[in-house]
Design a protein around this ligand. Structure first.
Ligand SMILES: Cc1cc2nc3c(=O)[nH]c(=O)nc-3n(C[C@H](O)[C@H](O)[C@H](O)COP(=O)(O)OP(=O)(O)OC[C@H]3O[C@@H](n4cnc5c(N)ncnc54)[C@H](O)[C@@H]3O)c2cc1C
Length: 342
């Protein structure tokens, strides 16, 4: 079978990796280059926050997320980058004056999934044992199952792998205008395939109703004065931030969540909020160097949940919102189990 995938972002790549394992020929189409920065998948922090995201998400993402955490290692093994997967748990904390945020957080999680009752409450000594650099925090939670994928390494290495693969053709800088059952249209051309996948993320909004972008801004900071080894969230009544450690003393600080499809550079307001919040978590960030500031939009449907639409010779996958890394492997598995790819 010859298969086309419109959109070589996160979902498109996870699809391609799975379909190659099954022996299919794949043709990828993307409006960007293979190493470009259009895909939300390249901006993402890559957190596998199966519990923490329940604060604002529906409980269904818990099961999907758990399954994805099981599936990520084999995908990363296929690419030879197992070290890009970390599952050392994550830390949730808050300033003493915001302690009720912590209580609200745990109550919300416990009302959504029974497993949240096992989440460990941390006192100052326990926080210090896990993350000595967070020792000034007196209360928190440890979410043991959580982890992260180094999203930027995944995107770069999957580009290398797919471009070099003998069963993959990659049409870069090719905007797909329309996807139909077994057909794909771009420019003045159309191509027929045995099956077509639409994984254009926000770019599918011309064909998918109620698909919107939710703007997210992140900083990349570099400092040798902070040693945080696990994804860490600080709860705050107005702005919540996460700190995601990356190799070479780098940290992703994110992310804003703004109902807008504006991908323009970060605003002053967002930068003030993110940077003052991260400085309040650890003063060592005061001397950090800002190495990057990135903005992108999360492809989101009305109910903020992912959607798989299967028809004859066509599958659409979209709406992964702020949970693409948390959900893509399991959502792709589900999509392939529903069709003829079983
Ligand atoms: C700031 C930020 C932080 C995030 N952090 C996390 C996180 O920590 N954990 C997590 O699980 N998720 C996170 N996400 C969410 C995650 O990045 C998205 O859910 C995921 O990338 C969506 O995958 P996708 O393949 O549907 O879309 P994308 O990754 O955006 O890929 C879509 C692809 O389609 C291409 N395309 C678009 N239009 C066309 C067209 N007409 N023709 C051809 N190609 C086209 C684009 O160039 C792109 O390559 C974050 C997102 C943002 C913005």
């Amino acid at each position: 079978m010859n298969i086309a995938i419109a959109g070589a972002g996160l979902v498109g790549r996870v699809l391609a990796l799975n379909l190659l394992k099954k022996g299919y020929n794949i043709t990828l189409y993307d409006s960007d280059t293979a190493y470009g920065e259009e895909a939300a998948g390249i901006t993402a922090a890559g957190m596998l926050a199966v519990f923490a995201e329940l604060e604002s998400a529906e409980s269904i993402i818990f099961d999907i997320g758990q399954r994805s955490i099981e599936l990520w290692p084999s995908l990363l093994e296929q690419l030879g980058i197992m070290e890009s997967f970390q599952q050392k748990g994550s830390i949730i904390t808050a300033h003493p004056q915001d302690a009720n945020e912590l209580e609200h957080f745990i109550e919300t999680l416990q009302s959504k999934v029974a497993e949240a009752s096992k989440i460990k409450r941390l006192n100052q000594a326990e926080i210090m044992e896990l993350e000595p650099d967070l020792a000034q925090h007196t209360k928190g939670f440890y979410l043991p199952h959580e982890g992260q994928v180094d999203a930027q390494v995944f995107m770069k290495t999957s580009s290398d792998y797919l471009l070099a693969h003998p069963h993959v053709t990659w049409h870069q800088n090719t905007t797909v205008d329309k996807v139909e059952e077994g057909m794909l249209y771009f420019g003045n051309q159309s191509e027929r395939y045995d099956w077509v996948f639409d994984a254009r993320g926000l770019g599918a909004n011309v064909q998918m109703e109620n698909l919107r972008g939710v703007r997210g801004e992140v900083f990349w900071l570099e400092t040798s004065e902070v040693k945080i080894t696990r994804p860490t969230r600080m709860l705050h009544p107005r702005y919540k931030i996460y700190i995601v450690p990356r190799p070479n003393n780098r940290y992703i600080i994110g992310a804003t969540e703004i109902e807008s499809e504006d991908k323009s550079p970060m605003s002053v307001r967002s930068s003030l909020e993110l940077l003052s919040a991260v400085y309040s978590v650890h003063s060592g960030f005061g001397e950090a160097r800002i190495v990057n500031m990135v903005t992108n939009c999360r492809p989101t449907l009305k109910d903020n949940l992912p959607k798989i639409e299967n028809s004859d010779k066509l599958t659409r996958i979209n709406g992964l919102y702020r949970h693409g890394y948390l959900m893509a492997p399991a959502i792709v598995e589900q999509a392939l189990n529903e069709g003829i790819f079983k």
